[in-house]
Design a binder for this molecule. Structure first.
Ligand SMILES: Nc1ncnc2c1ncn2[C@@H]1O[C@H](COP(=O)(O)OP(=O)(O)OP(=O)(O)O)[C@@H](O)[C@H]1O
Length: 738
């Protein structure tokens, strides 16, 4: 069998490495001794051109287990295969991580490293390490910060308060940029709390920068983080891998996000909300994610030539430890979000981005700008769970999305071999968010604004457990390998054995002394003819078996795609339902607003109408006023009244005298008019006195009303027709009483 040729390292969009996981437990180790391996590493074939450049294995064969119906053996090619005994440092060095980092620091080229594999195959171990060993992320951070040690700037430094504003101004992704200290304070609280909680000396305790921004209440106890950080491994040592950079000022900006259900969520924006009694609510994954706002992957004003994740929180880190704190925060957020669905982190694809920015001169004189490249580390979701997911509700959507995104990723990876051969193949990376994020930087841009941008360098590390699930592993290997070949092993058949045996025997069979052959010679010819026929039929059978195996694989792939498509249909239906509901809700709100506005307008119009009517009615009512009497007229009138009263008094007196002949009538008292007052007419007659007082009061009132001052103060009531003052009979009391 001619081994499949892997894509050359210069032209592949991704260098694809395979790492095999060793048995972890004693049980697994014992099992490995007992069981037959289905995955075997091919020894290096120095005769083969495609392998001659390497001292390391690049091919594996996948032998289906005995109980499998499939007999075809598949052979896969990778850039390099790392066997079970490979160490973290070996992997870091041999996958070219140092050159990837150098590309970011010195070549103006983005770098991307991702791990892909079945759950439990060692993705997290490779990318994030374990208790004793650092992973690719930590080693990359270490190399990066060591390389920048002489030129890196801190946003917490007093020396340059303009650093954060200038970084924000240069950022094209509409991000919120924080200094490490402020960000960590926002999540874990005041450093003074930390010193009470933990005595471990961390780099953060050395930082003395004052807080300049206000943040919500701290949500996670800092001591937990410090304990975790203190326990983090420091090996393997990568100090020998640091690279030289130019003397410009540099900053490192860290951001983290995840792709969940084909939507992007920021992992540095805390989704926890304070609950009753100061507790923090940590509800289900979906609730958490729903609470977080999905971000857009789009072209922005500052980045017209390529899409970027817009609106992330970004943290300026000046030390390895600060970056590790931010990493732990993001991983914690991802873990919390994952617990709600009773699944670990691999329900989403995690992205950890390190932007290295260099101070450059802006277009305008004196303007400070920052430009640079990004190293992205990606932890992809495990595929097995997606395949085995029990489909219901949100889990169905999750599984469907993971399946679907991994299927699209597989298609893109398969296409890259055709792409590198110079065919006009289009890598279908725009089909989902994951492939867009992984591939959109892989191609040279035709946009004028990006003539200096190089395509990214990318590494895919596929992890596999040679003793794990055969179907899941073969699925991953099939779509991630750089090349694949299927063969059916030729089992020596009975007939060919007979044939070879007969041909040998016919050649070496001893002849008898008489020169006659054995008595079987005639039947041997027949047998040979029959054997040849059998061999021909066997060959045909083998070809058919090969074709069948190919068909079997194609069927499996079709089934996988069908399942993914069905799940996609369901999730699209769910999305459409949600969209319809949201749209209906929005329309209802709009209608409500419209009706409210119409109602308010109508009410306003009615009130206006009523006001106008009232105004018209008030205009049509005229109040008649008697003409104001002149002073003389009033005096005349009062005099007439006086005269009348005098005559009345006189009549009364006469009447009185006439009724009591025994009494002498009293002389009428003189009536003084000098000051206008009336004196009493008689001591016995208090009624008369009253009458005279009333008359006096009337006169005074009349005089007062006639003054100009009183006129101006006259109200509507006084505008009424003045009462004609006339002495009525009842004012004087009943005549009988008198
Ligand atoms: N190369 C290795 N050497 C030693 N231990 C390993 C190696 N690879 C994986 N392991 C161990 O195997 C276990 C499972 O690995 P790991 O958690 O990395 O799998 P995973 O693919 O990330 O799974 P998941 O998708 O569930 O996150 C861990 O205990 C890890 O330490």
């Amino acid at each position: 069998m001619t081994p499949p040729k892997p894509a050359s390292s210069q032209t592949s969009l991704f260098q694809v490495y395979l790492r095999l996981r060793p048995p972890i437990t004693k049980e697994e180790a014992a099992n490995a001794q007992r069981c037959e391996r289905y995955l075997n590493v091919e020894p290096v074939d120095t005769q083969d051109e495609s392998q001659s450049h390497s001292d390391h294995p690049t091919h594996i064969t996948l032998q289906p287990p005995n109980d499998s119906r499939k007999r075809a053996v598949e052979k896969f090619a990778f850039t390099r295969v790392f066997e079970e005994d490979s160490r973290q440092l070996e992997l870091f060095e041999s996958t070219g991580m140092a050159s990837l980092i150098d590309g970011v620091l010195n070549e103006g080229r983005d770098g991307l490293v991702a791990t892909l594999g079945v759950t439990g195959s060692g993705k997290s171990h490779t990318i994030l390490g374990s208790k004793n060993q650092r992973g690719i992320t930590q080693m990359s951070l270490d190399v990066l910060f060591r390389s920048l040690s002489g030129t890196i700037q801190s946003a917490d430094s007093f020396e340059d308060p303009s650093l954060l504003p200038s970084l924000s101004a240069s950022d094209s992704s509409e991000a919120q940029i924080f200094s490490a200290r402020n960000f960590i304070h926002s999540i874990y609280g005041d450093p003074s709390e930390r010193s009470r909680a933990s005595r471990a000396q961390t780099p953060m305790s050395r930082s003395q920068t004052p807080m300049t921004e206000s943040f919500p209440t701290p949500v996670i106890p800092r001591r937990h983080l410090n304990q975790r950080l203190a326990a983090l491994p420091v090996t393997p040592d990568v100090s020998h891998l640091s690279t030289k950079v130019d003397s410009s000022e540099h900053v490192v900006v860290v951001s983290m996000y995840e792709v969940y259900n084909d939507r992007i969520f920021d992992l540095l924006s805390p989704s926890l909300v304070p609950g009753p009694g100061g507790t923090m609510s940590r509800q289900g994954a979906n609730n958490q994610r729903e609470r977080r706002r999905p971000l857009l992957f789009k072209s922005t004003e500052g980045s017209p030539d390529r899409k970027i994740v817009a609106g992330l929180r970004k943290v300026v880190c000046s030390t390895y430890e600060e970056a590790m704190m931010v990493l732990e925060t993001g991983l914690n957020e991802r873990r919390i979000a994952g617990t709600g669905s009773n699944n670990a982190s691999s329900r989403s694809h995690g992205f950890f981005c390190l932007e290295v920015k260099k101070k450059v001169r802006g277009r305008r004189y004196g303007e400070v700008a920052w430009a640079g490249n990004t190293l992205t580390v990606v932890d992809l979701a495990g595929s097995e769970r997606a395949r085995n997911a029990k489909t219901a509700g949100a889990t169905l959507a999750e599984a469907g999305k993971i399946n679907e995104s991994l299927m699209y990723l597989g298609q893109c990876l398969q296409m890259q071999s055709a792409f590198q051969e110079g065919n006009k193949t289009v890598v279908p990376y725009r089909q989902c968010k994951l492939t867009e994020l992984l591939f959109s930087n892989s191609f040279p841009s035709s946009h004028t604004a990006s003539h200096n941008r190089h395509p990214q360098k990318a590494i895919m590390i596929v992890t596999a457990d040679p003793l794990g699930d055969f179907n899941a592993t073969s699925q991953i290997l099939r779509y991630s390998a750089l090349a694949r070949e299927v063969t059916v092993p030729r089992i020596p058949s009975v007939t060919s054995t007979i044939l070879s045996g007969s041909s040998v025997s016919s050649q070496s069979r001893p002849q008898t002394a008489t020169g006659r052959t054995t008595p079987y010679s005639a039947s041997t010819e027949d047998l040979e003819e029959a054997a040849r026929e059998i061999v021909r039929i066997t060959d045909d059978c083998e070809v058919l078996i090969l074709k069948l195996a190919e068909e079997e694989i194609a069927r499996q792939e079709a089934e996988f795609k069908l399942k993914a498509t069905e799940e996609k249909c369901l999730s699209i239906e769910q999305e459409v339902r949600e969209e319809c509901w949201a749209e209906m809700d929005e329309r209802m709100q709009e209608e409500r607003k419209r009706w409210q506005t119409a109602w308010d307008q109508q009410t306003g119009r009615n009130e206006e109408h009523l006001d106008k009517k009232l105004e018209l009615a008030s205009r049509s009512i005229e109040i008649y006023e008697d003409p104001e009497p002149t002073r003389d007229e009033r005096v005349d009138e009062l005099e007439r009244e006086n005269d009348y009263l005098y005559s009345k008094i006189a009549a009364l007196e006469r009447q009185l005298n006439a009724q009591s002949p025994t009494h002498k009538p009293k002389a009428a008292p003189a009536i003084r008019e000098s000051n206008g007052d009336f004196s009493l007419l008689s001591n016995e007659s208090s009624d008369l006195e009253n009458i005279l007082q009333k008359a006096s009061t009337f006169k005074l009132a009349e005089e007062y009303q006639s003054t100009p001052k009183a006129k101006t103060a006259t109200t509507a009531a006084s505008a009424k027709k003045p009462r004609r003052v006339t002495a009525r009979k009842k004012d004087l009391g009943p005549e009988d009483d008198l």
